[in-house]
Each structure stands twice: as C-alpha cells, then as structure tokens.
Design a protein around this ligand. Structure first.
Ligand code: RNT
Ligand code: ZN
Length: 411
C-alpha cells in the first residue's frame, strides 16, 4: 500500500471508493474550445457579449479538424465524458447556405453521433445557438419586439428540442438542452418588463411539446455581457422563477454572477427545490472572461457541494471556457483535468465527520480538521487515479508533439 492511502485512511477516507465514484461522474465537455466558438454555419466572428481573445496557431476550421482535435484532447482526459455541442456545429454538407438554423434537423448531427460513439462517450448534450447570426436584431433574439425575428428564434429552439430528443435516444441517456440568449441592452432601457414577457412567451412556445423522456431543458442566466452592460433579459431571477414554474432545470455558469456571489453556495440552495441543477464550469477573471478552469478554491467548493450533498447524479456538470491565446488542446485538457481534480479532492474529504462537527457546534475541531486535510498527499492520489485511467501528468509533451505535426500545418 502506498503512503498516500495510509494518510487518507487515517482520516477515515478510502481512496479506492473515491476513484470508483469519480470514474462514473460524467462531465460534459464543450466542443467550442477547439475553434473559438465559431461553429460551421458561417459566423465569421462572435457576437452577443461573448469574446474569445488570442490568436494561437491551429484553430480547427472545419468538422474534420475539430474531430481530430477532440480525439486528441479527449484521449488525454480521464473519467466519463459527454460531448456538448452547439447547434452552430451542424454538419451541413451540401445544404450549407440553403438551410438556416430554423430548419436544422437531426440528420446534420448524425456524423457527431457516430463520432461520439466511436470515442465511447456517455452521450451528447446540446445548445441552441442564439448568437453569431444576422437574425439577432438590435441585440435581441427570443425577446425581440419584431415578430419575424422572435419567431425565427422560437423555431430554432423547437428544432433543437427535436434534435436533442434524437440525441438522447441515440445514447439512451437524456440530453441536456441549455438555452442561453445574449439579449440585453448596452444602455439604460426604457422598458425592462416587455422583453422579459416576450422571452417568457418564446420559451413557453419552445417548450410546448418536447420529449420529456430524453430531453432535459435548462435555462442559463447572466448578469451582463460586453456591449450589453446595462440590462440582461435572461437574468437570474427571471430564469429561476421560470424554471421553478415550468419544472425545468436552471443552469448556473460561475462566470455569470457578481464576483462576490458564489455558485458553490447556489448549488445547495437550488438542490433544496430542484431534482437537478446544471453547471457551466468556467473561470471568470474580473468578468465573464471564460478563462481555462484551474484547480482553485471556488472550483473545489463547487466540487464539495456536488459530492457531500450526494448530488453526483443531480448536478449535471458541463464545462464552458474558451481561450485562443494558448494551445487550444492544452486549454481543453487542463480545464477538464481541473474539474476531475476538484471532484477527486472533494471525494477524498472526511465529509461525514465534518458535518457531524458542524452539527455538534464544535467549530474549533472543524477548523482544525479542515486545515489538516489541506496538506494531505493529494498529488499522489491524483497521479494514481491518472495511472488507473491509463494517463500521466505530462500533457504538455503530447500537446507539443501534436502542435508540431498537426496544428502547425493549418495555415
Ligand atoms: C455565454 C454563456 C454561454 C456560452 C456558450 C458558448 O456567456 O456562458 O453558455 O458561453 O453557450
Ligand atoms: Zn455558459
């Protein structure tokens, strides 16, 4: 028995069962880290208050390149993986330019299903793409006062619900459909209620008739975006009330709140009311900057709330970051590994013991325990987990190799 196990066992923690649990927690990995969120359906640049910065070599420019990069990145990621797709990644083939987002069907995603099956993934999650498209008018989509604009996006939402049902069936696992819209205003609005009532109506229409067995709808709120600083239609209160009333899911993106609000605290608040909570795990630096997820304090707190509330099957974990200033494969893998690390860290805590101390009001002993476990040999446990997954810590060497042989050719 290696030493790290003894160290954990002294605190009543069994690393073996932690590894076993971790292996079975799915993490949904976003496809959009590979190509700076551009997709395949014609958007030349991003819009809607989100931004990818940097110009690192090797951006995936098409389906084949993105598949190759996903294959490489996923081969370096431990644990159970799902793929998170945006509608803008439809593989349109000869229909490109002929069919718009309100006409997308499952057939444009069959190549993704085949690919995900080839990689042995747990399933695919899905997102309608309400940005980077000429039909965003005055920055609005589902909340637009122009009926032709609003109904175009409602149709897009409906198509996505239909596609998601097929994706769920294809893997026999429900597909999370996350609705995020960029709608908002740069400056002081004259009407804050009207757009929200229109958004409510649009969502009602999208959700009129979806497959409850295979689709899990979620709504993602936001506090503000670049260029839409003054008002966001889909705010936290709006979506939380909407989700509660409709019996759907809230998706919490930890870049979407005031910097002093913590998603780690919101998870248990929602678990008191909802069967499921979905996450976009990201790292905001001063704003919703979507930096690569790192093994930091708030990530650990988020993981603790998932693990110690017995919520590993209630919290649907998805990743959402995009960095174009460093090697994109490295960014992808580092973020996913950080999530896995945080989950392992949380699984290796004497959670029951700590709860008991809290309930007994022994905050002195609790502080003592919380501080002592911080210096346990976590690195050795992590390495052992990686080894069991057939992996090692040396991501950089592999990534550099791929950069030399594949990414550098993309000019
Ligand atoms: C934007 C939201 C949204 C997007 C992705 C691409 O602020 O976080 O989830 O990042 O859908
Ligand atoms: Zn997000």
């Amino acid at each position: 028995m290696t030493d790290y196990r003894k160290a954990y066992q002294a605190f009543g923690v069994d690393p073996e069962s932690a590894f076993e649990t971790l292996k079975n927690i799915p993490v949904s990995i976003h496809c959009w880290q590979g190509d700076d969120v551009l997709g395949f359906d014609g958007a030349g640049s991003l819009s809607g208050g989100i931004q990818t910065t940097g110009n690192y070599l090797g951006r995936a420019r098409n389906f084949e390149e993105l598949k190759a990069d996903i294959r490489e990145a996923f081969s370096l990621m431990p644990g159970k993986k799902r793929l998170n797709l945006h509608a803008s990644y439809a593989v349109l083939g000869a229909d490109k330019g002929k069919v718009d987002r309100d006409g997308y069907t499952f057939k444009y995603f069959i190549p993704w299903v085949e690919f995900a099956k080839e990689l042995g993934l747990d399933g695919i999650d899905f997102n309608p793409t309400f940005f980077a498209h000429p039909n965003m008018k005055d920055g609005l989509t589902l909340s637009s006062p122009q009926e032709n604009v609003r109904s175009f996006w409602v149709e897009h939402g409906k198509r996505c619900m239909e596609i998601a049902a097929e994706l769920g069936k294809a893997f026999h696992k429900p597909c999370l459909v996350n609705i995020w819209i960029p709608d908002g205003f740069k400056d002081v609005p004259a009407d804050r209620l009207g757009p929200r009532l229109r958004l409510k109506r649009s969502l009602d229409e999208i959700l009129e008739n979806y497959d409850r067995e295979w689709v899990i709808p979620a709504v993602e709120s936001k506090v503000f975006g670049i260029g839409v600083e003054s008002y966001t239609v889909g705010s936290n209160e709006f979506y939380q009330n909407y989700a509660a009333q409709k019996g759907i899911c809230c998706l919490l993106d930890n870049g979407h709140y005031h910097p002093l609000e913590y998603v780690s605290d919101k998870i248990p608040a929602l678990l008191a009311f909802y069967d499921r909570v979905a996450l976009h795990v990201t790292r905001g630096v001063r704003w919703d900057s979507d930096h690569v997820v790192l093994f930091e304090d708030e990530l650990k707190e988020i993981a603790k709330e998932i693990v110690r509330n017995g919520a590993t099957d209630k919290v649907l974990i998805g990743l959402d970051y995009f960095d174009a200033s460093i090697n994109r494969i490295f960014a992808w893998v580092t973020g996913q590994r950080s999530m896995q690390k945080a989950l392992l860290y949380a699984l290796l805590l004497p959670n029951e013991e700590m709860k008991k101390l809290q309930d007994a009001g022994d905050f002195t002993a609790l502080m003592d325990l919380q501080e002592r476990i911080k210096t346990l040999p976590f690195g050795a446990a992590w390495e052992d987990y990686l080894r069991r997954e057939g992996l090692a810590e040396d991501v950089l060497a592999r990534v550099r190799d791929y950069e030399r042989t594949v990414l550098k050719e993309r000019v």
